[in-house]
Ligand binder design. Structure first.
Ligand SMILES: [Fe+2]
Ligand SMILES: [Fe+2]
Length: 136
């Protein structure tokens, strides 16, 4: 299992474990996306890494939403909406990579999407953790 940078721990082991795996896939995509983006092989590697990330993102969000529903988290609707928005951003980025042709211009990826995923843990996820852990 991936180790979680303590900065990203929300204090709920079950979710921390999923976030560790998620961050690992985010980092793999970032690495793939900063390499050889002028070549088809580089684009394919980035698209593949992002497909893996998207798949795990959907899996984590489903699991987290079930976790929040079970605990009657009052902010669940907003949280679900934030998840759908993030998913849409990842899907859009994947579309950009797939549509790109290397014989034109280098693809400038919006890696900010990966920053928003990490920020989601620090903000929205940390907010439900305070509720779940009874800190407010
Ligand atoms: Fe999460
Ligand atoms: Fe979340």
């Amino acid at each position: 299992m991936a180790n979680l940078d303590p900065t990203y721990s929300i204090g709920i082991p079950e979710m921390d474990a999923q976030h560790a795996r998620w961050i690992q896939l985010i980092e793999r995509f970032r690495a793939a996306a900063s390499d050889h983006m002028l070549e088809q092989a580089g684009l394919d590697a980035a698209a593949h890494a992002l497909e893996k990330l998207l798949e795990y993102t959907q899996c984590h969000f489903t699991s987290e939403e079930r976790f929040l529903a079970d605990r009657h988290y009052p902010g669940i609707d907003d949280h679900r909406r934030a998840h759908r928005e993030l998913e849409a951003k990842v899907v859009a980025l994947l579309g950009e990579i797939r549509a790109h042709k290397t014989n034109t211009t280098p693809l400038k990826l919006n890696l900010f999407v990966t920053v928003w995923l990490m920020e989601h843990i620090m903000q929205e996820d940390a907010a439900y953790a305070s509720f779940v852990l009874g800190k407010r």
